[in-house]
Design a protein around this ligand. Structure first.
Ligand SMILES: Cc1cc2nc3c(=O)[nH]c(=O)nc-3n(C[C@H](O)[C@H](O)[C@H](O)COP(=O)(O)O)c2cc1C
Ligand code: SF4
Length: 646
């Protein structure tokens, strides 16, 4: 039985273990794709992270193929120079490193690249601008671009090249029956374009130069009722490419269409695309990497030990903790900051911003955020034991302050842990990852004392006489002022979440608030309840702890439809009475029958604590939801900043 801690060979390349860092665009190059000093430093953190193989960002082979502002390029001889410095840093650390070639084709924005978006046909654009369908000669030129870029990657000294033929980029546009309806040789044979690329790279770089092929083995286009290939064709193309490929790195889905299969949200099960790696592994002899939601060491160990794939690859888990592999190898998995699959990082890409992480506030800012010992150790009181409060307390204590962390409930973790436990059928349990990490760190951090079941009063603060106070008490439920809100069958979403779904709820439920309440609505519908969501705005399905990302919303939207939840948007609840909820919209008034009513109208900052202490202590800060209701990302980012200021 193989272990993830075992060495493995990819062609001629020997890896010390099977933890693989996925190629990860960070938008950290300059506007022309050249690696900046900052980008070169960015990779240092990963270079020390213990990975068997680190795969550097997708890099465009020509500016027309660049889908993101500030994505890395490998497009000319000047670009090679920056890559050489990256490689040197990895080799100094004794690490193996590869680089990926990505031509975006249809997913590029012509307004950004200054070139037309090119593709197999006019279809496939994500910007609503028809693509320029490449002629046969032009398609051959594009295949050659990959080969030339691979030669530059080899020249830069990388140990291997990775070819991006997934997530709906140019090669997949040629492989897909959705985008490739051509009538020339590339249309008659959808495998020809990838074969030209793979064969060309081997011929140019030599048989011994390792080629990793990043394959979308399934497009999942049936989700949209559009043509797409499935794993059967995925297996066929893998077999055809195998003579030119030393390893398959297997994923699925395509950007702009079925992105949720490529970048899964919290809802799909863990290790969710590894089944595709297993399919490919069943037909090839070369090693196969599995990816997607390999959230912790246990899953990573299991996917390899069970033989489902040969190597475990991580992208977002490696953003959340670039030292994931190293900590696993050192036997301290509790020290890994684990990803919650919230996709803040992915949203940064689409916003054309430098990539941030919701749970790792130092990602890409390691130098700027370096922890420096406090010049004058202080007595610090942190009020609120959610993730923001815990992050503050840990960081302050690590800097040498004496910290007391107060939580009014009987356990640390705030509302997030209850969301994690309430929706088992939505897999939100991975939201607990960050709570568990923080609790483990609170327990092992010296100079930090926890006070549970302790509500902080002005008197307590006066007696303790701290040098600094950080208020991190979060948000509370926002209640509409309507008659009937106090009736016995009315509960808040927070009540429901705190009961972790154990609360008695009637068969017919009205959820007032279709965004914050969407997950609760789906959970209840899956329990067999008849659910209606009433929402004043024109949108639904935007839970508050995360960003409004299309991949996630698409899915929640789908669940709401699948569960036959009635959705009333632009509708206001005006009264709750013995029969149900009286609502009003453009069509007039009506009563929705309800046995139970759940108020999920939104959250509001808890301001009382800060207001009561303001002016009474030397230094006072507020962070997270008690400042303004936003996602987990903000609570942790503000905690990280404030705890470095004190
Ligand atoms: C911020 C970000 C950048 C990514 N960059 C790349 C990339 O450069 N090349 C690539 O093939 N996939 C890229 N991906 C996709 C990941 O490699 C991976 O397949 C996907 O995120 C699912 O795996 P995970 O759950 O381990 O993140 C990126 C994903 C994210 C979130
Ligand atoms: S931003 Fe969210 S999804 Fe991305 S790495 Fe961080 S925790 Fe994971």
């Amino acid at each position: 039985m193989a272990s993830i801690y075992d060495p493995i060979k990819i062609g001629t390349m020997e890896l010390p273990n099977r933890f693989v860092h996925a190629p990860t665009v960070r938008n950290n190059a300059d506007e022309h794709g050249y690696l900046t000093e900052r980008a070169i430093r960015d990779y240092l953190e990963g270079a020390r992270g213990g990975w068997g193989l680190y795969q550097v960002s997708a890099s465009f082979p020509h500016p027309e193929g660049n889908p993101f502002r500030c994505m890395v390029g490998i497009h000319d001889s000047q670009s090679v120079l920056g890559h050489q410095r990256v490689v040197r840093n990895f080799h100094l650390e004794g690490m193996k490193v590869s680089c990926q070639i990505l031509h975006g084709g249809a997913i590029c924005d012509p307004n950004m690249t200054g070139h037309p978006a090119v593709s197999a046909t006019e279809k496939g654009s994500v910007y609503g601008i028809p693509c320029k369908a490449l002629s046969t000669d032009e398609a051959e030129e594009r295949a050659q671009m990959y080969v030339d870029a691979a030669a530059r990657i080899q020249e830069a000294g990388y140990d291997a090249v990775n070819v991006h033929s997934c997530q709906g980029t140019l090669i997949q546009q040629f492989m897909s029956p959705y985008t490739n309806t051509r009538t020339d040789k590339f249309g008659e044979d959808r495998g020809l374009f990838p074969e030209m690329v793979a064969k060309g790279i081997k011929e140019r770089c030599g048989q011994d130069y390792p080629v990793i092929w990043r394959l979308a083995a399934h497009e999942f286009m049936e989700y949209l009722g559009e043509p797409g290939y499935t794993e059967e064709w995925g297996k066929t193309i893998a077999q055809r490419l195998e003579p030119y490929v030393d390893c398959f790195d297997v994923t699925g889905g395509r950007i702009g269409f079925t992105a949720m299969y490529a970048f899964p949200s919290p809802y799909p099960e863990r290790a969710t695309r590894v089944h595709l790696a297993t399919e490919i592994k069943s037909v090839v002899k070369v090693p196969v990497m599995g990816v997607a939601k390999i959230m912790d060491t246990k899953i990573a160990e299991d996917v390899v030990a069970s033989g489902r794939c040969d190597l475990a690859m991580m992208c977002r888990p490696a953003i959340a903790d670039p030292w994931f592999a190293r900590k696993a190898i050192e036997g301290r998995p509790e020290d890994i900051r684990k990803c919650i699959a919230c996709n803040v990082c992915l949203q940064c890409l689409w916003d054309q911003q430098y990539v941030n992480c919701a749970v790792n506030p130092t990602y890409g800012k390691e130098e700027q955020m370096e922890l420096k010992p406090a010049i004058r150790p202080k007595k610090v009181m942190v009020i609120g034991g959610g993730v923001g409060g815990m992050e503050t307390a840990i960081t302050c204590a690590q800097r040498g302050h004496r910290v007391d962390l107060y939580e009014k409930d009987e356990e640390l973790g705030g509302l997030l842990q209850h969301v994690a436990s309430t929706h088992p059928r939505l897999n939100t349990r991975d939201l607990r990852n960050i709570v568990d990490y923080h609790i483990a760190q609170v327990e092992k951090t010296e100079g930090l004392t926890v006070h549970l079941e302790t509500a902080v009063t002005a008197e307590l603060v006066e007696n303790e006489n701290p040098d600094a106070v950080v208020v991190a008490v979060g948000s509370g439920e926002k209640l509409p002022e309507i008659p009937g809100i106090d009736l016995a069958n009315v509960v808040t979403n927070e009540d429901y979440l705190r009961s972790e779904g154990e609360m008695e709820i009637g068969d017919t439920v009205v959820v007032i608030g279709g965004n914050y309440g969407a997950e609760t609505a789906v959970s209840l519908a899956r329990d067999g309840k008849n659910v209606t969501m009433v929402e004043e705005s024109d949108t639904v399905n935007r839970p508050v702890y995360s960003v409004d990302l299309y991949a996630r919303l698409f899915q929640l939207d789908g669940y709401v439809k699948d569960e036959n939840i009635t959705v009333l948007t632009e509708t206001r609840a005006v009264e709750i009475n013995g029969e149900g909820v009286v609502v009003e919209n453009a069509e007039g008034r009506k009563t929705l029958p309800a046995d139970s009513v759940i108020i999920a109208w939104g959250r509001q900052p808890r301001v009382e604590c800060y207001e009561a202490l303001k002016g009474k202590v030397k230094e006072i800060y507020k962070i997270g939801d008690c400042k303004e209701v936003r996602s987990v990302e903000w609570a942790i980012a503000e905690a990280a900043n404030v705890s470095r200021q004190i």
